[in-house]
Structures are given as structure tokens and as C-alpha cells.
Design a binder for this molecule. Structure first.
Ligand code: TRP
Length: 332
């Protein structure tokens, strides 16, 4: 990473962030902010494709914003902004949509998934979701986009749109943005329900705003199995998941201790979970306290978002001036 690189990532404002978001995204963001020019935004336009409740939108945006800041993203270093504060992205999305084919949008995995999940609300916003996401990225001509596996197809489309734009207009304007995760395997945090990853909508998560008691309760209820039947037997998925979370929050010696117990068939899952709960609390409690402080400080949130919007708009305006000119839109 050098400081010519431009990093951009966003999180949709739906619900609250969990441990998976922290280890998979936020913690990486805080590390990258010192190595490149970074934009981190809250994708509230995107959230409208699935959560169009006006009464909840602002609170949801406020949650993610507070969580970004509590996790350590420094608004003096990185640009933090709300997507809808920079409506230039909507114009870029419109312009890019002229070169996005309906067929390729219909074939996107996330779109097909939404058709299954919300057959009564297959709106055009869902279809154009990848175009808006490409606009988010290309608005600042970002070179590196820290995202998880589930977003890689969207990023592939972003590169496709960038290449196509450059080809059609005979320019070398948009970069081909690549996924980037701080040069290391992404830590994937599984859920506590025995299979799959921790997800905002799976109901299997530990939230950064959870109380100590809530964390203990959730962890103690985590799915396990009947216990190892022979020494050194392979772990079932639910048990492996518990160890995976442990690797993110516990000391290596703790993990060694319980791995050995498991291998000797001496493990007591109750003890394992108690230890895991305390180690999660050690990570989450200070973040939770910062979230609460920040969330109640409207003046600070106003300052951060006003400054972020201003910086993001400046970058967006420069891009749109170029794109309009490239496409032949000239002022009289
Ligand atoms: N689609 C992303 C998600 O659901 C959120 C997002 C919107 C995003 N625009 C982006 C991520 C631009 C990275 C870059 O997680």
C-alpha cells in the first residue's frame, strides 16, 4: 500500500454491526487508514432496496456511523461520509447505467438471491444495485476495495464497467479496482448456530453493542455436539466454529489449552464457552462503551459528517466534471 492508492469501502445501514463485521471489516479499515487515502461511507441509498422504513433509516445510519468511529476510524485521517450526503453518486450511477446491460445485472448472484428472498419487491433499485456500488467506488476512482467474498462479484462488475467506459470513450480514466484485505486472509467469523458465517440477518450474531450479559447468554447457547468420542478426532463444524471465534479474541495459550482438552476427550464445552464469553467481552465491552458515548454526541456526529461530506463532495465533483466532459455533456 502506498499513499497513491485510494481505498474505499462501505457498509449498508441495516441493523447493527457484529463481531464478524469488526474482525472482517472495521479492524482492517482502521489499519489501512494510515497507509492510503481512505474513504469509508455508510451506504444508506443501498439500504433502501430492502429496508425502506423512513422511521428507522436515520437511526440505522447513526448506529453504523458511531460504530465506525468507536472501532477506531479517525475522521481526521480517513474520510467518513454518508452516501446520501454526496448525491453526485446518483448522477454517476445514472451515467454508468447507460453502459450496464440488463442481462448482466439480472445474472448477478445477489439479485437472484433477492428475487428468492423478496419476490414481492423486486424493484429496479435491486437490479441496479451493482451500478450504484460501482458508482460509489469510481466516484473517487478507488484502486483498492476492502470487501468480503460475498462482494467479489460486484467488484468484478465494477471493473467491467470501468473497462467498458474506458474502451467506449477511448480514455484511460477509471482504474480497475481490486479487492484488498490488508495482505492477509480475511478473518471469517462464523455464527453461533452451528453453521455458516455470522450475519446481520441470520440472528446468530454477537453485536458490538451487546451487553456483557447478552454476550454470555448467546455464547452459552451456542450449538456444540456430543463431545469427541475418541482421542484426536476431527472437530464437527459447530465446535470448529467456536474455536475459530476463539482464535480472534483469545490468547494463544487459551486456545492450546482447550485444543489439548478436546484432543484428550477431556473437554467440557461449558468451560470452553465460559472462557470464550469472557474473551469476547474483553474485546466488545470497550467498543460498546465508545459506541454509546459517540452515539449520544450529536454535535460531534454532525461535525464528522459535515466535514466528511465536504471532502467526499470535492472528490466527487472532480470526477463528475471529467466524466461529463468525456461523455460530451458541456455547459452553455
Ligand atoms: N454492497 C456492499 C455490502 O452489502 C455495501 C457497499 C455499497 C459497498 N457500496 C460499496 C462496499 C462500495 C464496498 C464499496 O456489503
Amino acid at each position: 500500500m502506498d499513499n497513491k492508492n485510494i481505498v474505499l469501502s462501505g457498509i449498508r445501514s441495516t441493523g447493527q454491526l457484529h463481531l464478524g463485521n469488526y474482525f472482517g471489516a472495521l479492524r482492517n479499515f482502521t489499519r489501512m487508514q494510515h497507509d492510503a487515502r481512505c474513504f469509508f461511507f455508510i451506504a444508506d441509498y443501498h439500504s433502501l432496496t430492502t429496508h425502506p422504513d423512513p422511521g428507522q433509516l436515520h437511526g440505522n445510519v447513526k448506529n453504523i456511523l458511531s460504530e465506525y468511529l468507536a472501532a477506531g476510524i479517525d475522521p481526521e485521517v480517513a474520510t467518513i461520509y454518508i452516501q446520501s450526503d454526496v448525491p453526485q453518486v446518483a448522477e454517476l450511477s445514472l451515467l454508468l447505467s447507460m453502459h450496464a446491460y440488463v442481462g448482466e445485472l439480472e445474472r448477478t448472484a445477489s439479485f437472484k438471491d433477492k428475487i428468492r428472498k423478496q419476490p414481492d419487491n423486486v424493484n429496479a433499485g435491486l437490479l441496479c444495485y451493482p451500478v450504484l456500488m460501482a458508482a460509489d467506488i469510481l466516484l473517487h476512482r478507488a484502486t483498492h476495495v476492502p470487501v468480503g467474498k460475498d462482494q467479489e462479484q460486484h467488484l468484478e462488475l465494477t471493473r467491467q464497467f470501468a473497462r467498458r467506459f474506458n474502451n467506449i470513450y477511448g480514455v484511460n480514466y477509471f482504474p480497475e479496482s481490486v479487492p484488498y484485505n490488508f495482505g492477509q486472509e480475511l478473518v471469517k467469523i462464523p455464527g453461533l448456530d452451528g453453521n455458516g458465517k455470522m450475519g446481520k440477518s441470520e440472528g446468530n450474531g454477537i453485536y458490538l453493542s451487546d451487553s456483557d450479559e447478552a454476550i454470555r447468554k448467546k455464547v452459552m447457547r451456542a450449538v456444540t455436539d456430543a463431545g469427541p468420542q475418541a482421542p484426536d478426532s476431527p472437530m464437527s463444524e459447530p465446535v470448529r466454529n467456536i474455536f475459530t471465534i476463539m482464535k480472534a479474541v483469545s490468547e494463544p495459550s487459551t486456545i492450546d489449552f482447550f485444543t489439548e482438552k478436546y484432543n484428550k476427550c477431556e473437554i467440557r464445552y461449558g468451560d470452553l464457552k465460559k472462557q470464550l464469553a469472557e474473551d469476547i467481552i474483553r474485546t466488545v465491552a470497550p467498543i460498546r462503551e465508545r459506541i454509546a458515548d459517540i452515539r449520544s454526541n450529536d454535535k460531534y456526529l454532525h461535525e464528522v459528517t459535515a466535514e466528511g461530506a465536504e471532502r467526499a463532495r470535492r472528490s466527487a465533483d472532480a470526477t463528475l466534471r471529467d466524466v461529463r466532459e468525456i461523455m460530451g455533456i458541456h455547459r452553455f
